[in-house]
Each structure stands twice: as structure tokens, then as C-alpha cells.
Design a protein around this ligand. Sequence first.
Ligand code: SF4
Ligand code: SF4
Length: 431
Amino acid sequence: MIAKVKHIVDNNKITSILPTQRYVDPKYVYIATNNARCDKSELYIKEGDHVNCFQVIGMRYAKNFVQPIHATVSGTFVGLEKHYHRNGKLIDFIKIENDFKDTFDSSVKERSKEEIEKLTKDDMTNIIKDCALVGLGGSSFPTYIKFQTKEKINVILINAIECEPYITSDQRIMMESPHRIIQGIQYALQAFDCHQAYICIKSKYKQIKQVYDLLLKPYPEIKIKTVGNFYPQGWEKAMIKSALNIELNENELPMQKGIMNFNVSTIVGLYKAIKYNIPVVKRNITVTGEGIMYPKNFRVRVGTPVKELIELCGGYSHPELNKVIILGGPMMGASLPSDDCIITKTVTSVIVLNDHQYKEEPCIRCGSCVMSCPTHLQPVMIMNAVKAKDKERIKTLNPLRCIECGLCTYSCTSKIHVLDYVRKAKIFAKL
Ligand code: SF4
Ligand code: SF4
């Protein structure tokens, strides 16, 4: 049984009714040299070099895979500059001065319908590997690795639930890019020789359902599935339970049950990679929160400075108050020490909150964090074990099962950042 937290509702999703504003020509873009999955990189360009949009300008290295780094505009490589990454670290970014010509790399090519129909799963895997497609809902997991599964896939789920408060960029993509989504799903169905896909949305998105019910009539293999309006319904296990009534065991992967799931933005990225052979150089994001004057949805270049987007939103509201800057959703995103941060491929949103400086109180053992945990952990016990530095106790409490949904912190009566302790426990448990 999955815990339902019904009090986290969509009353903060005010940007859902606003059309997406394009801001795709910043003067400079900044491309991360590394990220949460790749801690080393190599550059293929030197200062002063001209680069084309979509050009491979370097390589990131993780333990088990490599990831090409692509230029997201055409222009000149100025040098490396330090800014905050979504993972909270101050890292080197590749600064490119935009020449506003959008000169494409020679690797860009449009594939015809006939060419695409001949592509095998291995062909598509190689294309998305070269395009460095990753989970754009925030997971950043390389999509080509999911494509390499040997399991028989019977159903594909598209996650357009966007269950965290505030964020509405996926809702806008659903409204504004149905053709790309439907085409991308068809490519995924072709790759896995699968004949059934569901686009999962919240049941309250009645208009989206009505529109897609009509648009999907010529595509009987794709249907809309509505799920509950509560958090964390977008968590893959919760989505699979709601959409297919299949419960996964603790260590079971969806593909072991014949299920493959993708975020809706990833499916749009898949469409572009297969159709045009291009990596993700633009993405949709929401900039919102009580600390923002006029919240908006944007389509931006990957590499755009967050400060520029905040200015386009009219700046900060209540400038006299300190701000909390979160990249990603308010429940699972990372809060950064500064607004000197950059939109990377996997940033779904920028949330700015006024810092009310809640004071932590001692734990009153109310059990609220335990009741809220969707993975049935005991966050308060984990916290106590971390405080006691009791590694053996920490391991018995299974902190690695934590999906970092943030509900324990959100529900804590004493305003304790319980998740911070669980994150520490996860590090201890891996030692
Ligand atoms: S953040 Fe982790 S421990 Fe806290 S409620 Fe979510 S899954 Fe449970
Ligand atoms: S919710 Fe907070 S106060 Fe209540 S038991 Fe958990 S840590 Fe303690």
C-alpha cells in the first residue's frame, strides 16, 4: 500500500494556465563539464575555437559509461567559468558566446519515415547514446541503458504526472507538443516491438485527457491513463501500481515485469534524436514560487543562467526577505546557496521561496514522518541512528530504500530536516 499525502495539492500550480515563453537566445550559454553521474571530463576544444550548435565539444566520464558534451548554440568558446550546478556543487562550466547564427553541426540530419521504420532497437540505442539522452524528469539516467534491456517489454508508461507542487512545464508540453509526444511514443513502441503505451496524467487534468482522447484515435495502441492527484504519484512504483495495478517488490525493476517507463520530456527528446539526430539543447522549465514576482514557464537553451530567467519574471518579490533557491521540485529538488546557477538538461524548474527561517524544535516522537514515508521506512529511527553514529543500526533500517521524496521533512511537526539525516544514512550504509 502506497502512502497518500492528499494535503499536498496543486494550489501552487498557477503557471499551468500560462503559455510557454521562448527565451532561446541568451548572449552566453554555460555547459557543465561534469554532473551527478559523471565526475570526470575531457574537452575537445580550446579557447577561441568556433563551435556549431549540437557539436560534440567534450566527453564526460562515469564509472560505467561515457556521455558526449554538446554545444547548445553556435559561437565561440570563451573559457571555463565556475557556477553552481543543480547538484549544489560549484563546478566548471564551458562558456560559449552565442553568435546568434544557430549554425548546425554536420551530424544533424532529418530521417525520412521509411528510414525510421527500418531502425532496429540497437540502431535507436546507438542514436540516443550519441545524443546523450537522459531522463529529463530529473533522474538524469542514460536512456540508452534502459534501451539495452534484454527483457520483453509489454507496456510503455509515459510519466506526465508531474506530482510535485509548483511545477507545470510537463503540463505545458502535453498541451503544446502533442505531435512530438505521440511520435516519440511510436518510436519507443517500434524499438521494443511493443503494442501498448499509456500516457499517465493526474485525473484532475480533464482538458488534457479530452484533447488526447481525440488526438489518439488514429493510434489505438496509445491511451491516456489517469492517476490520483496526490504526491508522490509520479514515483515510478506508485505510477505502475495506479496505472497497471502491479506492485513491484523492493528490489524489482519495472522492466522485470515487462514495463518500460519514460518521462514525457524524455519522449520528446527521443523524438528529436530519432527524427533529426539531435541532442537536447533546449528544454521547458517552470520558474515560480512565492519569491518570484511573475512566475512563468519557459522554453530555454540548456546552459542559460538562472539569474536571467528570474529577471524575465520581473525579479524577486519581497526583495527584503532572504530567498531559498531550489532547482527541481520543492520536495525532491536541491536548494542552492546562490542564484548563480545554470539550467542543465535535467533541471525541470526553478522554485524561489521566501526564507521564513523556521526554527527546528526537538523531535516529539509524533510518528508523522513514519506515517508519511511511501517506502515504509522509519525516518525518525534513521535520524536517531545517524545522530548516534551507529552504522550497524543504520544498515538494519534500510535507508537505501529512500527515494528522497522529502515527505518526512514536509510532515515533521518539529520542522526538522529529516531527509538530511536520511541522506547521511545512505552514505553510511554504502561504506
Ligand atoms: S524522503 Fe525517504 S525517508 Fe523521507 S519519506 Fe521520502 S522515502 Fe521516506
Ligand atoms: S515527524 Fe519529526 S517530530 Fe515527529 S517523529 Fe518524525 S522527526 Fe520526530
